[in-house]
Write a protein that binds this ligand. Structure first.
Ligand SMILES: Cc1cc2nc3c(=O)[nH]c(=O)nc-3n(C[C@H](O)[C@H](O)[C@H](O)COP(=O)(O)OP(=O)(O)OC[C@H]3O[C@@H](n4cnc5c(N)ncnc54)[C@H](O)[C@@H]3O)c2cc1C
Length: 473
């Protein structure tokens, strides 16, 4: 039988990057990064349902202070992981990818302290490089240096905090690892899975002592290649181009179309009454749990927790920006020093095109300030309180009286799933219990960054392709 003569109807619930990547992989004749077959032998008829009136989910790019495109959420993806770069290239955006300037970053600990060298996501790999930092006290440095003498640490708790505190002491954890990893995921790393951060888990899993392991197999020298990429038009360009390509390939993309009911109908699934052979759930786990309330997986899905964050974007006169801060990409605020601000990113020093034109009051520079994380709620505060906190805290921390000429506030409710210890087991159990014809994709499951979301989407599409091929054989 010619399998491609039988189009299989697939609904994709969620038009964030995972949903779009899944739809693209189902429709596209090009090979995804995981090496699945490049020429589809099964034809899919794909409909994307997006609840909001715009696509992109956590990716949102809009004009700000006279600059055409300033991201309100993520502003770049990791270049060393192939999935996002590959996706962008397959969409024809390869030549449009730009990288932020390589500035240094700091941690605010009674002043801006440069992040020492020789760290892997905050974990020291060469304790001598900690010697000069003012971030760690001498007793803290001595405690870190004794890591080589300590007996093996059990990985059973699967908590980043428990592991790092046991190996290197509280200061290294609270002033280096927690700010670095915690700022990526808005996490409290005492309650975040070690296994979910592969770079740390690899190092921890290779031997008794991190320092000895790193000495035996030093990390390859940092390449001169880019660490991050983003399309020149901001990450929103990836969303726009992906959506246009899906439509070109015959997909149906519906915005303002929340999926409210999902019911098995014997031959497949009914999405708000419409029949589909299979469904990719590319919405956050909390929404998937609501749709599958009658199923045994609902409880597991609803146990995945989230942290909310607020992003305040400011334009301030470049003339007021001090020389001593030039070359710095931003800074992180460790928990013992936090009020509401967790990090500030000096956008114009990362992205050369993020400089607001002179419209009479001189050139402006752009800052992005993050507030809130797991365990530090912010959503109950009104916009005025949040902007006042951002301005007040950052002005004090950098010693500049910030007088913005433009302010934008973006609320990201359920911004980051929190991978609690043993998250991988929770997800494996969910996958095993999932009713036939459903697959999960997106940030709630196998990685939070954009590359991981795209990988999970392409794997979900590959799984559906295989199952469909087997069913039609
Ligand atoms: C402030 C911030 C900064 C970040 N920075 C970075 C970064 O620099 N680099 C990086 O790699 N990652 C970053 N991330 C993480 C990354 O952006 C997200 O994890 C990723 O975009 C999530 O994609 P997703 O498609 O899984 O989910 P989402 O983007 O959440 O998309 C899910 C979509 O499903 C829709 N939906 C929900 N329920 C329904 C329903 N019932 N019916 C239809 N649609 C529904 C939602 O409206 C949403 O559009 C950042 C995230 C945030 C919030």
């Amino acid at each position: 039988m010619n399998a491609s003569a039988v189009p299989t109807r697939v609904a994709v619930v969620g038009g964030g990057i995972a949903g779009l990547a899944a739809a693209h992989a189902l429709l596209s004749p090009e090979a995804p990064a995981d090496g699945s077959p490049s020429t589809p032998d099964v034809a899919f008829d794909v409909t994307v349902f997006e609840a909001q009136d715009r696509l992109g989910g956590k990716i949102r790019t809009s004009p700000f202070a006279g600059i055409a495109a300033v991201d309100e959420g993520p502003d770049a993806f990791l270049a060393r992981l192939p999935w996002a770069t590959g996706f962008a290239r397959r969409l024809g955006l390869g030549d449009s990818l730009v990288s932020p300037a390589r500035g240094s970053a700091a941690v605010w600990w009674h002043g801006l302290q440069p992040i020492p060298e020789g760290l892997l996501l905050g974990l020291p790999t060469d304790v001598m490089k900690l010697a000069r930092t003012k971030l760690i006290s001498w007793p803290g440095k001595i405690r870190a240096a004794t890591e080589v003498l300590r007996g093996a640490t059990s990985l059973e708790s699967d908590s980043i905090g428990a592991y790092v505190r046991a190996r290197f002491g509280d200061e290294v954890h609270e002033r280096l690892v927690d700010p670095l990893v915690g700022s990526i995921y808005a996490a409290d790393t005492d309650r975040f899975s070690l296994t979910a951060v592969p770079q740390l888990a690899d190092l921890a899993g290779k031997g008794r002592s991190v320092l000895m392991t790193a000495r035996r197999a030093p990390a390859p020298a940092a390449s001169d290649g880019p660490v991050f990429y983003a399309p020149a038009g901001g990450l929103g360009q990836l969303v726009d181009v992906a959506a246009a390509r899906i439509v070109e390939l015959g997909g149906d993309v519906r915005v303002g179309a929340p999926c409210t009911t999902l019911e098995a109908d014997g031959a497949g699934w009914r999405v708000d009454g419409e029949h589909f052979d299979a469904v990719v759930l590319a919405c956050p786990a909390a929404q998937a749990a609501r749709l599958l309330a009658a199923s045994s997986v609902a409880a597991g899905l609803s146990r995945i927790e989230y942290a909310d964050v607020v992003m305040v974007t400011l334009a301030v006169p470049a003339a007021a920006w001090p020389e001593r801060l030039r070359g710095l990409s931003g800074y992180l605020v460790p928990k013992p020093m936090q009020h509401l601000v967790t990090a500030a990113s000096f956008g114009s020093q990362k992205w050369t095109h993020w400089r607001a034109p002179d419209t009479g009051s001189g050139e402006q520079v752009v800052l992005r300030i993050s507030l809130g994380r797991d365990g530090l709620p912010v959503m109950h505060l009104d916009d005025e309180q949040l902007v006042a906190a951002a301005l007040g805290e950052v002005s004090t921390q950098i010693g500049v009286d910030l007088q913005p000429t433009a302010v934008r506030l973006t609320r990201w409710q359920r911004a980051f799933p929190q991978y609690r210890p043993h998250h991988h087991r929770t997800v494996a159990d969910l996958a095993a219990d999932l009713p036939d014809g459903l697959v999960l994709a997106g940030a709630s499951y196998h990685g939070i960054g954009i590359p991981a979301c795209i990988r999970s989407a392409e794997q979900a599409a590959g799984m559906l392709r295989q199952r469909t091929r087997a069913a039609l054989a």
